[in-house]
Design a protein around this ligand. Structure first.
Ligand code: MLT
Length: 313
């Protein structure tokens, strides 16, 4: 370690690519235990994480004054206490573009898997039951309702159009022109979207506004036999309400990639809910996305640190 170098710690699993940059000492310790992060953080000018690492008051306090930048290798910054960081003058950066295609493709996979009972048939066949009674549904000519027509939601829309689905979205932050350009129908309200959708997928960040946004009332409003996908953040679709809607048979099926608390407890109701396919927050886990995320976030963090130095901070 050279004392004249700016030091960056990457504490979560990613593909950080090239780690030799002039003026920087970058240490990559995938899945670093939290107690080690807390202990070693005072040695670093920047920290790069994924969603696994909570950047909260405890961590920021442990870091002390040297920490200037936290880079989030991914899109969502809900694992970061933004107020606490800004009070300490710590800059937060993310990699907003790199894993959008992967996240969108995973959502489409969940949609198709749910429509055709993929995980159910897989489990039955492997347990020795040759069950051909399951009747799935086609996606063609069905309406996909998308909550959140941002970077990921728009890619999901284009893929769904390729499957000849009709796409309608609710996003009060996206202009009518953008809807028109994407060939997506604009739902004026969330209820309007729920009334029209055969399938529902959410692509918003987790905020106070979106936490529990799809609750019991909203699920009940969907037509019987609807399919719900959440590959965004846990609890945008209320977990208990989703489980109830699956047990009651109101929903045909659902797919989730995310939990409110990750990893989930061994007795989490999702794990025994009928017709629910689960992946373990794998939306961004592709070779391509992780290469891009690593490169994008390292690039952004180093640029910020360089800027800091040139400003004489
Ligand atoms: C994201 O917000 O981009 C994902 O959660 C990334 C991740 O898998 O950490």
């Amino acid at each position: 370690t050279r004392p004249d170098l700016l030091r960056v710690l990457i504490c979560d699993e990613m593909n950080p690519g090239e780690l030799n940059f002039d003026g920087f000492d970058i240490e990559y310790i995938p899945n670093m235990p939290r107690e080690d992060i807390l202990r070693r953080l005072p040695e670093f000018d920047a920290l790069i994480t994924r969603s696994r690492t909570r950047v909260d008051v405890e961590l920021l306090d442990a870091a002390g004054p040297r920490l200037k930048v936290v880079g989030r290798g991914g899109v969502g910054v809900d694992n970061i206490d933004l107020d606490a960081a800004s009070r300490r003058g710590v800059l937060i950066l993310n990699a907003p573009e790199s894993n959008n295609v992967s996240a969108a493709e995973l959502a489409v996979m969940h949609l198709m898997a749910a429509a055709r009972g993929l995980t159910r048939s897989d489990a039955l066949t492997k347990s020795g039951k040759w069950d051909r009674k399951f009747l799935g549904v086609e996606l063609k000519d069905k309406t996909l309702g998308i909550v959140g027509l941002g970077r990921i939601g728009s890619i999901v829309a284009s893929r769904a159009q390729g499957l000849r689905m009709h796409v309608v979205a609710f996003d009060p932050y996206v202009s009518a022109e953008k809807f028109a350009q994407l060939g997506v129908d604009r739902a004026a309200t969330l209820n309007d979207l729920l009334d029209r959708a055969d399938f529902l997928t959410v692509h918003t960040p987790l905020t106070d506004e979106t936490d529990g946004m799809i609750g019991a009332e909203q699920l009940a409003r969907l037509r019987p036999g609807a399919i719900v996908v959440n590959a965004a953040r846990g609890n945008i679709v209320d977990e208990a309400a989703l489980v109830d809607a699956l047990h009651s048979g109101h929903l045909f099926a659902a797919g989730v990639d995310v939990f409110k608390d990750e990893p989930p407890a061994a007795d989490h109701p999702f794990l025994s809910a009928p017709n629910l396919s689960i992946t373990a927050h794998l939306g961004a886990n592709t070779v391509e996305a992780q290469e891009r995320v690593g490169a994008e976030i390292v690039d952004r963090v180093l640029a910020a640190l360089r800027g800091d130095v040139s400003r004489g901070a």
